[in-house]
Design a protein around this ligand. Structure first.
Ligand SMILES: [Zn+2]
Length: 128
């Protein structure tokens, strides 16, 4: 199935790009955006424009649409266990976790494998 993974491709296209993730790890859109970025994805923090790596717990502004040998159940389990070990979990209700999982499973829909995408306050778009 198609999922988003951390990539360094196209890093630098925006002045405020960053990538602290491990290349190829699964990413999610962070479930919470702080005040600094709440209205502006180019705010001071970075959480409004980044993806979170499930293994590293770090952020990247670029993700790659990848065709991985995962079933939706496999991916859901990976996302759930990563969230449960993250600092986000203390702010999340069980239904929030379910929402993040459902959203993550659909993030790559509508994009071709190999497309580099970015996120702007939860809106996913392709880069050139
Ligand atoms: Zn933030």
């Amino acid at each position: 199935m198609k999922l988003l993974t951390a990539t360094s491709r196209t890093q630098g296209q925006r002045d405020n790009d960053f990538n602290f993730c491990v290349e190829g790890e699964l990413v999610i859109v962070a479930p919470l955006v702080c005040d600094a970025d709440a209205e502006d994805p180019d705010g001071g923090c970075g959480c409004g424009r980044s993806f979170g790596g499930l293994n590293s717990g770090k952020g990247t502004t670029t993700a790659l649409v990848s065709d991985l040998d995962f079933t939706p159940d496999d991916a859901a389990l990976a996302i759930r266990s990563a969230l449960e070990q993250s600092s986000f979990i203390q702010f999340m209700r069980p239904e929030d976790v379910d929402d993040v999982i459902a959203d993550t499973l659909e993030l790559a829909d509508g994009f071709d494998v190999g497309t580099v995408v970015e996120q702007r306050l939860g809106h996913i778009q392709a880069r050139d």
